[in-house]
Design a protein around this ligand. Structure first.
Ligand code: C5P
Length: 234
């Protein structure tokens, strides 16, 4: 499977995201686009179809977490948007993840990749302990959630690049790690806690890196994207 940089297009309107993507119109490589809650809620499902029509691969990052029946039915609606990857919270249990897979699978048996969020990369071990009352080490929690996702039949997990090695070790090299929390060594960290550079994410074996503000807020987003591709894909 090819490694790629997924650009988190965290904009709240159709106009903002399309004018951002227009900057890449001269690029040979069309960025893999992540559409998250902000854009989906702001611009509606049509924006997914429109970006897809422009030839981008799409990761629809809505992080579903609800009772299994609700998640199954919601995934059945999302499958018709023809995205390449979507996700949910592993926290919702194995039953919920199995139901999601059923909902996402088209009548011909095909489906987008389905990956699970383990722990948000903005969560530190201390917060997990103090606020969520989870006393185990962060790596152990991530690994346990990853194994649950694998048992449910999912394709991989969203995790920090720092956790890619342990996830691949425990769930197999083919189990995909999609890793946000990526920053250039000379850039701002913002609200992310567990961060690494694109080059380090590559060394750690991440399959995809998700990069938002280091590209979207850069003075020259195309140059920042190329830098990420160069450092991560080679
Ligand atoms: O701007 P930044 O590079 O921090 O963007 C990271 C993106 O990855 C955001 O869209 C965020 O919602 C998403 N994400 C994350 N941590 C997760 C899952 C998704 O940061 N565990």
């Amino acid at each position: 499977m090819g490694k790629d940089v997924i650009v988190a297009c965290d904009f709240s309107s159709r106009e903002a995201v399309l004018s951002f993507l227009d900057k890449f119109s001269g690029e040979a490589r069309k960025p893999y686009v992540k559409i998250g809650m902000e854009l989906f809620y702001g611009a509606g499902p049509e924006i997914v179809r429109e970006i897809k029509r422009r030839g981008h691969s799409i990761f629809l990052d809505l992080k579903l977490c609800d009772i299994p029946n609700t998640v199954k039915k919601s995934m059945a609606v999302l499958r018709d948007l023809d995205v390449d990857m979507t996700n949910l919270h592993a926290f919702g249990t194995i039953d919920m993840m199995k139901a999601a897979l059923e909902g996402l699978t088209r009548p011909d048996g095909t489906r987008p990749l389905l990956i699970a969020v383990t722990q948000l990369t903005s969560t530190s071990e201390q917060r997990m302990k103090d606020e969520l009352l989870i006393d185990r080490p962060l790596n152990e929690v991530v690994m346990h959630y990853a194994k649950n996702a694998k048992a449910a039949g999912l394709d991989g997990v969203v995790c920090s690049p720092l956790e890619s090695p342990v996830v691949h070790e425990g769930c197999g090299a083919g189990f995909i790690t999609v890793t946000p929390g990526v920053r250039f060594s000379d850039g701002a960290v913002g609200d992310q806690v567990r961060v690494t550079t694109p080059a380090r994410a590559r060394e750690l074996g991440s399959d995809y890196i998700v990069v938002g503000r280091p590209i979207t807020a850069a003075e020259d987003p195309v140059e920042a994207y190329r830098r990420c591709i160069g450092d991560f894909v080679g």
